[in-house]
Design a protein. Sequence first.
Lengths: 616, 341
Amino acid sequence: MALEVQTLESAVVRFAGDSGDGMQLTGSQFTNSTALSGNDLATFPDFPAEIRAPVGTTFGVSAFQINFGATSIKTVGDQPDVLVAMNPAALKVNLSNLRKGGMLVLDEGSFTTRNLQKAGYADNPAEGDTLDGYQVIKLDISKMTMEAVKEFGLGNKEALRCKNMWTLGLMLWMYTRKRQPVIDWLEKKFAKKPEIANANIAALNAGHAYGETSELSAHIHQYEVEPVHAEPGIYRTVTGSQALSWGIAAGGELSGLEIMFGSYPITPASPILHTLSGMKELGIVTFQAEDEIAAICAALGASYAGALGVTSSSGPGIALKTEALGLAISTELPLVVINSQRGGPSTGLPTKTEQSDLYQAIYGRNGDAPMPVVATRSPGDCFEVAIEACRLAVKYMTPVMLLTDGFIANAAEPWKLPDLDAIEPFPASQAKTPEGDEAFNPFLRDEETLARNWGVPGVKGTEHRIGGIEKSYDTGHISYDPANHQKMTDTRFAKIDGIAGDIPDQVVDQGEDSGTLAVVGWGSTYGPIEEAVKRARADGLSVSHIHLRYLNPFPKNLENLLGGFDKILVPEMNNGQLKTVLRDKFLLDAKPFTQVSGLPFKIGDLLSAIRAEIAS
Amino acid sequence: MNEMTTPQEKLTIKDFTSDQEVRWCPGCGDYAILKCMQRTLPELGATRENTVFVSGIGCSSRFPYYMDTYGFHTIHGRAPAIATGVKLAKPELDVWVITGDGDGLSIGGNHLVHAIRRDVDLNILLFNNQIYGLTKGQYSPTSVVGTKTPSTPQGSVDPTLNPIAFALGSGARFVARTVDTAQKHMPDVFKRAHAFKGASFVEILQNCIVYNDAIWEEITNKKTAPDHQLLLEHGTPMIFGAERNKGIIFNTKSFALEVVTIGENSVTEGDILVHDETSLQMARMLGDLGEKPGEPAPMGVIYASEADHSYVDAVRGQMDSEKGKRTLKDIIRGGQTWVVE
């Protein structure tokens, strides 16, 4: 007799296997079914940089983690409750992180001598006492998959490929999720290869049926996670790269400018190039350039011609774009530069996340070259931040750096669809043909924003020449005058600093406006900090969470706000960059809490740091 | 867009001359090229508002400041990439790229390759003076071996890059050469480059009077020029020389072009190759001509073969064919959605 269905508040499941085992697809399909069940969720695709590392090795392990729940989910979860390990290497890499007493689903069929050797196991861990303390379910998934798809006449290799769907079927049964969305997806994906679609569906059904009918159900619970009480509206899941691309498209529509997107392939930024390249119907020009430099230069050329240039890359590529960024600052042209940060320096950890390009964003150029810097905190937040970057670029005639990271780029979360009609447009202003004999001055400034006069080719009477050489404040012509350079440098800073008056005051995300400790974060650390602060507050500690979207300039009230706390702790996935900037700007005793492991913060680690800081 | 359909006013050289004082060294070859451009644009029916000059860094790259059109003086080597962006955003503009042998062939070589390969409808003028002028006279990729400069006091050892071969190797469909002093020849080359749909690459032999004076002397000196220049004209035999008795033949045994004298070794005018500017094979051989002693430097349009469609049209055509099919709202709602009530 089957055990009754248990209701959980939340669960963390991690699918791990070889790069070729299809773990990312398994995870994203489980995510989709979970989203359609109405749960809140956060995902973490964690894959190697190699496309196909040697089969069976530990460095070829690809994993996908999802945390889902009936309450608000802010992180991917510190420790999985369930680990699905498709081979010994996946077990080796991921076991240490599984919750004690957690469930382990193993594909016994892949625990061959050869695979054990490749993973570096002298003895089979599935047989000794290594796994004591976990709830272990050993199944020959490979064999059962082969049997399930036998009738479709696939080759051995192709048949075995269906084992991820078998596993997904089992997990969907365990968490009472619907199979139909996966079946629909398989039918669409393999529309031209119905035998492959049918085999995968058969494997999915077989895995599900195994859970339902086998003896498994006698000692394994089935779980239910109730829908989350979310704000009413229409929802979908969204990754950071999608939301960012859509935000850029919206920025184009709201400004009335054509988007010209120049980019060069780089991990983890390429999905933005792919997404925007598939949106040509919106009048978005996409250009895969010969290199990172050409990508930003073409975008800047388009801005010069009256479009809104956008470029996107990751740290190493942003480094190459630096000189052109200086030109954009000097010629005061609108431009949006997206940095999907990854582990550095140099090639670093291409597929792992980090937020170590903050200095590069704020300071990393020759000359005194200020530019606004904004950062996203979650996949859904990318949409708003991208629009804001476009707004600032156009209104202030400046390049804007938008920082996101590899984690946000690939992670998915439920997202309430925005009401596009409710977003305030920010139509760009371009110079018209001057009346009479009035000479056109491209550096005539708006008194309020200090933005210069944007004259664009094709318009009669606004012909002008600009470039990277210093320009006269009064005429826009070349000027080597010492006093003029001082004035222009001051003006460029005043323009960027002035943006502080045009952005919302900093709010406290959680907690009081003053107290013992402020935990100040930016970017994708939002979820773990939010959760850690919540727990600290539940323990009665005086802690508040402040999360920054605007990193240059800071909101006007930030200095006062931070002044209301006895202590400031800055958790960052870098070596302490925001901490340094805060100290520099406000002469505050901000304390760092840093981690550069290529992984998101764990709530537990943050909580310990908060406790330690309060106790110190 | 102008709302009034007033008859096109007749523009003159003055209309294309900006109010900025020209700051090249006295006697620099750039002056002649600038004047020629200012004089030729009205003849092309160009308008100031639809003409854009994009340049990189170097002496030649100051060019845009002196043209009363739109101008963008950018960063070292990147003009072709920036110009590509200008053209993609506003295909109706006439975009000229001004670059030099250091800017275009050294630091910016990659961008030049790809602007040419894509066949972006740009008019690319490369001023070749075989030297870095603005940084005070270091050798460049086109300097001849043995050039003594501050950075090569014992003479340069790097082999020389041939701009014409470089362009053809990149897939250029329009390649021409002219020289700064040729005030009659240069406008014709500009006109051809301008009329060509696609990337037009023009090498302009230009004299740097301060750091590399007289390198083109044999070609520009009236006395020696006839023997050192081969003025190309499509459909006309490649005859040159002060006596008009020298010509180019194709030697089938050496598989190369060869200089011959008409009347010697039973060579007649009928043996001389007729220039066919649509022949890529001939263009490649002409690109190498002039490197050996006794060979003339081909001048004029070496190769011109328009593609069936333009790159920018193709890029924008992909957008136009999709236009209106989905809105941003459709895209955002495109995935699987659910409703929370």
